[in-house]
Design a protein around this ligand. Sequence first.
Ligand code: FES
Ligand code: FES
Length: 156
Amino acid sequence: MATETGLEVNGGSHTLRLDNRCTLLDALREHLGLTGPKKGCDHGQCGACTVLVDGRRVNSCLMLAVSLDGASVTTVEGLADGEQLHPVQQAFLDHDAFQCGFCTPGQLCSAVGLLAEAARTGERLDEASVRERMSGNICRCGAYPGIVRAVLEVSA
Ligand code: FES
Ligand code: FES
């Protein structure tokens, strides 16, 4: 069974006719050609597919696209403002926090979501809380300390 679903993605409106079992990740990648969100585990365990839905970070492999009718979705492709990088993207560059490229889009979206969460609650972030709040994005290769530094810099 398929359902017509309206999604705003990175500022553009789309109406898609989607199988009810289609995940948000597959809708983004297969129907809209956005390959930024990555399919790592496809089971909610790696964070590579993280995107923002109405400003909150989600694992897009765990969400059914048709349940999000009317939602606003931001993928890594939508973070920059034209040529102007998002402050988190710039901080990742400055702190050498780009990793293999597979996990990075999810790390970036998760970091943007994390900073919004902290702004909502007034929480002051430190290294331990950044690591805890990024724990859904499991890559821990050599650049990981740079990710933590980048998030802390933008939060300061
Ligand atoms: S692909 Fe979604 S959490 Fe791994
Ligand atoms: S960023 Fe993917 S393995 Fe390190």
